[in-house]
Design a protein around this ligand. Sequence first.
Ligand code: HEM
Length: 409
Amino acid sequence: MTIPTIDVKFHDPDVIRNPYPLLSELRATGPLLRQADGTHVVTTYAAVREVLVRASDFSSANANKRMWQGDQYAEAQAVLRGTCPVVPALLTADPPLHTRHRSIVRQAFSPRRVAVLDDAIGAMTQRLVDAIVSTGDTAELIAAYAGVLPMQMITEAVGAGRDDIDQVKRWSDAFLAHIGRDVPPEEAVGYAVQRVELQEYLQARIGESRSAPTDDLLGDIVRAEQLGDGLSVPEMICILEQLLVAGNETATKLITFTAHQLATDSELQKRARADRSLVPSLLEEMLRFETPVQMKFRHVTHDTELRGEELPAGSTVMVLYGSANRDADEFPSPDDVNPDRPNVRSHVAFGYGPHLCVGAQLARVEARIAIETLLDRFESIELDTDHPRPEVRASFVHRGFDSLHLKLR
Ligand code: HEM
């Protein structure tokens, strides 16, 4: 058998806006395809889960290597080299190193810690809604609500300073802005400078935490160090960086997509108002339907096979979570939003296997409280038609609206 060859520009603005017709074509072509540059593309639910679970064949460890290759990025690379080295850590590590990182980080998202955050999330959503109400009956939801809440909560869970939230958010935005699109070299230098600033900030927080470890992730990391089971400082920084970034944008996107769905489907909104127990299933369905993290790369560690095809050592595999989540073999009528699906939680929006999202529980709680609060505090949620319809523009990898203007009454 030969692997079908494709030539797809995933960064094309039309694909970014709506990748699903293309993804459907790709699944119909095969579970495993090859891009013109040799990258293997995995499209179906079964094949995606297989790659994610075979971590010793499909490695996460050198995922960073693809960033900013070539002479035009020499200046950005030089800025990055000037500080903390980017080392394999958590998301970019394989077992057994990954297992060790994961055991330290897991405590920060234990049911006990998430329960503490639960109260904080409730209080914060009320405060944010009060502010929306005080300014009128329209709001841009990301700036006023969905972009603020997850950032505050992840900062709390990590133990970064509350006064630093705005700055951390700017660093996090810069970190994400280069992923999933072609970045001009001059822009790359700016991002590199911001990344270095974030690393220096985290290094300073680690130093402070050593003298008085707190009940948060920074404290967990420092306590592990003091017990002799420590991470190197670059490992600590890379893990904290990942959490601060992964912990805010993704949850913002989930809240925004769900609010948009409620605003554009009045029957669904009516049902959710009558029965709040619909909200958790609706969130799972929105994770499947819009999949805020559309793809990740894996690297083939040794000659192996997938779906009966040979994959050579060193080749790259693109794992399409968003395509897996629209696979009709797993999710009948995949292009319909249906929170009543019996397998509504079977999506791979949080990944699958050893790298399954460590913040999934926190994201679910945050998004549930955020949506319930909107339903509780406003009698109607509608699109604000004075603004253009929301669109996805920024990236194929991290899927989300730039803005969502709502009428909230
Ligand atoms: C709707 C919200 C979220 C989505 C869609 C999402 C998505 C994902 C996905 C797809 C992965 C797997 C990556 C892989 O296979 O390589 C992942 C891993 C991860 N996520 Fe999330 N995530 C969300 C929220 C969060 C939150 C709130 C946090 C932090 C509190 C977080 C932190 C992480 C970390 C640290 C990993 C790496 C875990 C590991 O490698 O063991 N995520 N996430």
